[in-house]
Design a protein around this ligand. Sequence first.
Ligand SMILES: NC(=O)c1ccc[n+]([C@@H]2O[C@H](COP(=O)([O-])OP(=O)(O)OC[C@H]3O[C@@H](n4cnc5c(N)ncnc54)[C@H](O)[C@@H]3O)[C@@H](O)[C@H]2O)c1
Ligand SMILES: N[C@H](C(=O)O)[C@H](O)COP(=O)(O)O
Length: 329
Amino acid sequence: MSAAHRPPAPLILTCGEPAGIGPELAPKALAADVPFVWMGDPRHLPAGTHWAEVSTPADPAPAGALPVLRHDFPAPNTPGRPDLTNAQAVADVIARAAAMAMAGQAGGICTLPISKQALKQGAGFAFPGHTEYLADLAGGVDVVMMLASTSVTPPCRVVPATIHIPLEDVPRTLTPALLERTIRITHAGLIRDFGIPAPRIAVAGLNPHAGEGGTMGWQETDWIAPLCERLREQGLAVSGPHPADTMFHAPARARWDAAIACYHDQGLIPIKTLDFAGGVNVTLGLPFVRTSPDHGTAFDIAGSGAADPSSTIAALRMGWDMARKRAAA
Ligand SMILES: NC(=O)c1ccc[n+]([C@@H]2O[C@H](COP(=O)([O-])OP(=O)(O)OC[C@H]3O[C@@H](n4cnc5c(N)ncnc54)[C@H](O)[C@@H]3O)[C@@H](O)[C@H]2O)c1
Ligand SMILES: N[C@H](C(=O)O)[C@H](O)COP(=O)(O)O
């Protein structure tokens, strides 16, 4: 079988914060019915979990068992109460999985939620989250964070140009270079990983009513609209800047394949409102596939068994689909 048609190696599902809902999502994720192994400390799995240790993602595991790539942690987990002595191991699991994906030992990674606060306090984690950490692990590549729906029509795929920064920093961080880079990485990702040959990209204005012709903010008239026009002249199907509050209802969504938001909540509120259970976080621009559920550690319900696995299942299925596309390319 030629390399072009060899299926990718299974995905690695990283354990995330052991005190969050990750450990109870891991066995539930088997319902995704795609090849993956869970990387973490089996002591953190719910009692009664049917698991089997494997040495590599490609190793077979007994039917119905959660394949475990073991990674020992210093401390057991108490649902809802992160133990900061485990923080470094949380980060190490992500790095180990990324290295295996870059080496071709895994078809990609799907990351269960981390607590950014616990990582920062417990391990001096220097990154806002997985997105920036994985970009650094991949050699400092430019990436974007996309939240993509899987169960609404028309789909909702949103990429915020600025991510985990205080709102007051958004206007000075949102530069023409950053917005153009975000648009181009998104455009390439829609082609490569979503199989959309001619992506349509809608850009949200920063200000209410997209600046109302310059009477409610200057960025749109000063540089966002000229940037969109220049990219259109270069052949990219880029529209906007649009008033953000009328971009996300169904008829509006039908006019684009991805929406570029100016800041985190401008984009994540609509997608998580429309499809919280089916939303998937995708990092575009990495040399390997990375998806993640669209939620966090849910400390308020951790350990209760109430965690909905739908987003993790959607993330694993999307990651596997992307891995197969890349293997066949
Ligand atoms: N990709 C990630 O690793 C990621 C994503 C978002 C937030 N976080 C982190 O998670 C922590 C908590 O963040 P938050 O409270 O803002 O968001 P959250 O998503 O953890 O929780 C928000 C609300 O949604 C509920 N919820 C979340 N996932 C659920 C699920 N699968 N099933 C049922 N209910 C669910 C929670 O119970 C809570 O009421 C923070 O440290 C944050 O940084 C991590
Ligand atoms: N901003 C995302 C969300 O709210 O779902 C999430 O925090 C992304 O974090 P990572 O970079 O750790 O995937």
